[in-house]
Design a protein around this ligand. Structure first.
Ligand code: C2E
Ligand code: CA
Ligand code: CA
Length: 517
C-alpha cells in the first residue's frame, strides 16, 4: 500500500509536471503569437502611413512641377526668380531644372546653365511623361543620394521640368532607434536603393535581409521596405517568464486537485460507492469437538487498478483519513446482507467475530451503529464478538466503551494478544470474554522448543482471568494438537480453513480433522 501510495504521488507529480509544461507551452506560444500579431499590426500601420505620406508628397511635387511647366517656355533670366522661390518653398526639393531639347538650361540653384540631360542623369528617359531614378548625388551635394524626377511638358515636345528631391532617412533612423525590433528601412527605384544600413546609394541586391514589409508607392516606381527582427529578445524573455509562472501555477493547481481527488481517502469512499469492498469469513472451531462454532469477518478491497489490497494497509489509511466509520458502517451492511445465508451455514449461537478499529469504537455513534447491525441480523441466531487489538486497549475511551458493550450483551475479544504493549493492567480492570493468541506464538509451536513457556504463561493467565482463549494462525495438525492438549478453547487458521467468500463458504464441507482425535 505504501509503495502504491508513493507511486500515486509519483503519478500526481508526473501528471502535474506534464500539465504545467503543456500549459506553459500554450501560454508562452499564445503570448508570442499575440505579441507577433500586435507587431504585425504596427508594421502595417507604419508602412501605410509612409505610403500615404510619400504618395501625397509626390503628388504635391507633381502639382508644383505642372505649375512650373509654363516657365520652360521662357528664357532662364525670366524664369529663374520664380523657379528659385518655388524650390525654396517646396519641402525637400533640392533643385528645379528647366529642360529644353534635352538640355538643362535653367536651375533654381545656380540659374542659367547648359548641360545635356544625358550627362546629368544618364538613366532618365525624357520621352516618358514622367520618370524617376535614384541619384548617388547632385553637383552641389555629390555624396547625398537624391530622387530625380522628370515631368515632360504636356504642350511642347522636348521640354519639361526636372526636379531633384532630398532623401532624408534621419527621422526613420530616430524612429528605429526607439524600436528595438526594427532594423532598418530602404527605398528603391529599379535596382538602386538607399537605406538606413549604409550612407550612399547601393544596389538593392546587396541588402540581403528579407524585408518584413515591401510597399509600392502608387503612381511611382518607388518601393518602400521595412526590416525587422523576427523575434525580439524582450518578447521571448517575457513569454518565457509568463509561461514559467503560469506553468508553475497550473502545475501546482493540478497537483492540488489531483491530491484532493486521488488521495486514498477519496478512493476508499469511491470504493464503498462502487462496491469494491467485500468480506470473507474464516471459520473458528471448538477445540474439543472440532466443530465450527463461528467465523471471523475479514474485509477485502478489490481495487480496480491496484488489485486486492490487504486490510492491514487500507484499515490504517481509513483511520488516518477519518474514514473508518463509513467503512465499518459499510462492513456492517455487507454482513447484514450475507446474514440470512450465513444463518443456514452456522449453528444457533454462532459467533460473528468483527474487527473494530479504535477510531470507530471511540465515536459517539458507534453504539447506534452496532445496535443497528444486531437488529439487521436474523433474530437469536448470532452472537456478535467485537475484536480489538491489544495495542488499542491502551486508549481509555476504548476500554470504557467495552464495558458499555458488555452491558448491552455484546461479547468482546482482545486481539493479537502478546504483540502490542502489554495490556495486562487493563485485563485486570475490565472483563473481556476472549483472548485471541497471536499467530506468532502459535507459529513457534513445534519449531523452537517442545514446550512453549510464554504460551503456557498466557494460557495460565487467561484461565486466571476467566477468559476463553482463541488460538490464531493454526497451520499444522501438530500446532492444533498442542493447543488442544494445553486447554485452548477455540482455534482458527489455515489448517482448518482459509478465509472464504460467502459462496466458497457455502460450498465448503468441514473435514473431520481426524488427525487430531
Ligand atoms: P486479524 O484480526 O488478526 O485477522 C487475522 C488475520 O490472520 C487475517 O488476515 C487472516 O487472513 C490471517 N490468518 C488467518 N489464519 C491464518 C493462518 O493460519 N496463517 C496465517 N499466516 N494467517 C492467517 P487478514 O484478513 O489479512 O487481516 C489482517 C488484519 O486486518 C486483521 O488481523 C485485522 O486486524 C485487520 N482487519 C481485517 N478485516 C478488518 C475489518 O473489517 N475491520 C478492521 N477494523 N480491521 C480488519
Ligand atoms: Ca481479529
Ligand atoms: Ca489477530
Amino acid at each position: 500500500m505504501f509503495s502504491r501510495y508513493f507511486s500515486r504521488n509519483r503519478k500526481i507529480i508526473l501528471i502535474s509536471l506534464i500539465a504545467g509544461m503543456l500549459s506553459a507551452f500554450i501560454v508562452g506560444g499564445l503570448q508570442l503569437g499575440l505579441e507577433q500579431h500586435k507587431r504585425e499590426d504596427r508594421y502595417t500601420a507604419l508602412v501605410n502611413n509612409i505610403q500615404h505620406w510619400l504618395s501625397g508628397y509626390l503628388n504635391e511635387i507633381r502639382t508644383t512641377a505642372e505649375s512650373l511647366q509654363p516657365l520652360a517656355l521662357d528664357e532662364c533670366h525670366v524664369a529663374a526668380g520664380e523657379l528659385t522661390s518655388r524650390a525654396a518653398f517646396t519641402i525637400n526639393v533640392r533643385a528645379f531644372l528647366l529642360v529644353k531639347d534635352q538640355q538643362a538650361f535653367c536651375s533654381s540653384a545656380t540659374g542659367e546653365m547648359s548641360m545635356p540631360m544625358k550627362d546629368l542623369v544618364p538613366d532618365i528617359d525624357l520621352t516618358k511623361d514622367t520618370d524617376m531614378v535614384l541619384l548617388p548625388g547632385t553637383p552641389m551635394m555629390p555624396n547625398k543620394p537624391a530622387i530625380a524626377v522628370w515631368f515632360r511638358s504636356p504642350l511642347l515636345e522636348k521640354r519639361g521640368v526636372f526636379a531633384t528631391l532630398n532623401i532624408n532617412l534621419t527621422p526613420y533612423m530616430l524612429y528605429i532607434s526607439q524600436r528595438p525590433d526594427l532594423t532598418g528601412v530602404a527605398l528603391s527605384i529599379g535596382h538602386r536603393a538607399v537605406s538606413t544600413f549604409s550612407p550612399g546609394l547601393v544596389d538593392l541586391s546587396t541588402i540581403t535581409l528579407p524585408p518584413i514589409r515591401a510597399a509600392h508607392i502608387e503612381g511611382s516606381p518607388i518601393t518602400f521596405y521595412l526590416y525587422a527582427k523576427k523575434w525580439r529578445p524582450e518578447d521571448i524573455q517575457f513569454a518565457v517568464l509568463l509561461a514559467t509562472t503560469f506553468g508553475m501555477l497550473f502545475g501546482l493547481l493540478t497537483a492540488y486537485i489531483l491530491q484532493n481527488n486521488l488521495t486514498p481517502g477519496r478512493e476508499i469512499l469511491s470504493g464503498i460507492k462502487r462496491d469494491q469492498f467485500y468480506v470473507v469469513y474464516q471459520p473458528v472451531v471448538d477445540a474439543k469437538n472440532l466443530q465450527v462454532t463461528g467465523v471471523e469477518v475479514l474485509m477485502r478491497w478489490k481495487h480496480p487498478t491496484a488489485g486486492e489490497i490487504p486490510p492491514d494497509a487500507f484499515i490504517h489509511f481509513a483511520e488516518a483519513q477519518q474514514l473508518i466509520m463509513p467503512l465499518t458502517q459499510h462492513l456492517f451492511r455487507l454482513i447484514a446482507h450475507d446474514a440470512p445465508r450465513l444463518k443456514t451455514l452456522l449453528p444457533e449461537g454462532a459467533k460473528l467475530g468483527i474487527n473494530i478499529a479504535p477510531g470507530h469504537l471511540q465515536d459517539e455513534n458507534f453504539m447506534q451503529d452496532i445496535r443497528q447491525l444486531s437488529r439487521s441480523l436474523p433474530a437469536h441466531h448470532f452472537s456478535i464478538v467485537l475484536e480489538i487489538t491489544e495495542r488499542d486497549m491502551l486508549l481509555n475511551e476504548v476500554t470504557a466503551r467495552f464495558e458499555q458493550l458488555r452491558e448491552e450483551g455484546y461479547e468482546t475479544a482482545i486481539d493479537d494478544f502478546g504483540t502490542g504493549h502489554s495490556a495486562l493492567i487493563y485485563l485486570e480492570r475490565f472483563t473481556m470474554d476472549y483472548l485471541k493468541i497471536d499467530r506468532g506464538f502459535v507459529n513457534a509451536i513445534g519449531t523452537e522448543t517442545v514446550t512453549s513457556p510464554v504460551l503456557d504463561a498466557v494460557l495460565t493467565l487467561a484461565k486466571k482471568l476467566n477468559m476463553l482463549t482463541v488460538a490464531e494462525g493454526v497451520e499444522t495438525p501438530e500446532q492444533a494438537r498442542w493447543l488442544r492438549e494445553h486447554g485452548v478453547h477455540y482455534m482458527q487458521g489455515y489448517y482448518f480453513s482459509r478465509p472464504m467468500t460467502l459462496q466458497q463458504f457455502t460450498e465448503w464441507r468441514s473435514p473431520p480433522f481426524s488427525a487430531l482425535l
